[in-house]
Design a protein. Structure first.
Length: 336
């Protein structure tokens, strides 16, 4: 474990924002993490995974703790399930592929989401009708003040749409070290969402497997979302907001094409990308900060945008959507 000084964070965030961290340290287990904390007292901390859901708006005057906890382990199994524990520093997509190769079913709809395993419960990552909470079993996390490891069950995590206790109530207090998933031995596929069925048909798939669903999801994602290796971004910048049924009906009168889906509690989740597009932002570019031309929910860095430029653009969009639709957007990306 080595604490480095004045390190550029550009390679460590998918927006490609060039800011510096005063201190920077990679740790591969709880002991190294504890040592890094002991060696940097009274210092602000930023836990970093793959940097794919973070926007740095200024230099970070504290210590960036880069999670490199590795390892994947089958910890137990019964006739229905396998329980697989993965280090927080494992790459998410590689982990999904690892499980699919072994015919452990469940995570295929979450293929190709950037970032690491450790951040997956942070915002309960979701895509194509599945969320991490659906296959989550437990996690171990290091309490930064008490310097002890705690185990969190699914109920302890307070999972919601792009939410968990780690993103709100317990923000900044715990470092997730590993996550255990409970995956199916007998598959139960979910292909009902969005374009999955259509893509499977185009692929000519007859016998359905988790691997084929994974490929379909990968194809759809590649056709829609910008690759951070080419254009800096952090996926959806805002969450899809929910409104009451009455509000949705009122919106439909003025905007018959408004897109919304019913939540379990009867409220309606609106497509933020559609609202942003209706405000005219899709494809907008100012300097190197922009709103993606194929997916208005994704803000992008064409090269040299600063985090502040992207944040300021997000603020303009947020206010514009509020004014036009009377709907408050909430940022999904973590702002530092
Ligand atoms: P980081 O960006 O490094 O961190 C995110 C937050 O979690 C930060 O607040 C950080 O401090 C905290 N954190 C990270 N690791 C730990 C840890 N071990 N312990 C405690 N706190 C930690 N997300 C979706 O849900 N669905 C999608 O479909 C999706 N698509 C995307 C597509 C693209 C092209 C991109 C760039 C992003 C997309 N995302 C999506 C967002 C992102 O991939 C996920 O949120 C991912 O889980 C972030 O992982 P990360 O390791 O990069 O986290
Ligand atoms: N839409 C537009 N214009 C746009 C973008 C979208 O009209 O510019 C419309 C689409 O036509 C569609 C609807 O909005 O009818 C929803 O769009 P899409 O299917 O692309 O999904 P999304 O709601 O924009 C969400 C997640 C993604 C996730 C996909 C697939 C959020 C905030 N985003 O996007 O997650 O991959 O669904 O499940 O919930 C992320 O969190 O970073 C992320 C990429």
């Amino acid at each position: 474990m080595q604490i480095l000084q004045d390190i550029s964070l550009k390679p460590f965030n998918t927006f490609g924002i060039d800011v510096a961290a005063k201190l920077f340290c990679k740790y591969k287990d709880a002991d190294e993490l504890a040592e890094a904390i002991a060696n940097s007292p009274n210092t602000e901390r930023c836990i970093l995974g793959g940097g794919s859901n973070i926007l740095f708006t200024k230099n970070f005057d504290g210590i960036v703790l880069k999670n490199e906890v590795k390892g994947v382990e089958l910890i137990k199994e019964d006739h229905q399930y396998v329980y697989v524990k993965a280090g927080a520093g494992e790459n998410w997509h590689q982990f999904v592929l690892y499980t699919l190769q072994r015919n452990w079913q469940g995570l295929e709809n979450l293929s190709l989401i950037p970032g690491n395993v450790g951040a997956s419960p942070m915002q309960n990552i979701g895509a194509y009708g599945i969320e991490v909470k659906d296959f989550f079993y437990e996690l171990e996390a290091f309490h930064l003040e008490e310097k002890k490891i705690f185990t969190f069950s699914v109920n302890d995590c307070g999972f919601g749409y792009r939410e968990s206790v780690f993103k709100n109530k317990l923000k900044g207090r715990f470092v997730i070290l590993n996550v255990t998933f409970r995956l199916n031995k007998v598959p139960k596929f979910n292909t009902s969402y969005g374009a999955i069925e259509e893509e499977l048909q185009q692929m000519g798939v007859t016998g359905l497997t988790a691997q084929k669903i994974s490929l379909a999801v990968i194809n759809i994602r590649r056709s829609k979302l910008p690759d951070p290796a080419t254009i800096g971004n952090a996926g959806s910048f805002f969450k899809n907001p929910s409104v009451s049924f009455e509000k949705f009906e009122a919106m439909k009168k003025s905007y018959p094409a408004v897109i919304g889906h019913k939540n379990a509690d009867g409220t309606i989740k609106l497509a933020a990308g559609w609202m942003i597009e209706q405000c005219g932002w899709k494809g907008f570019r100012r300097g190197d900060a922009g709103c993606h031309s194929q997916q208005a929910l994704v803000l992008v860095n064409y090269g040299k945008a600063t985090g502040k430029e992207i944040y300021d653009l997000s603020e303009e969009i947020l206010q514009n959507v509020q004014k036009k639709f009377g709907v408050a957007l909430e940022r999904e990306v973590n702002i530092i």
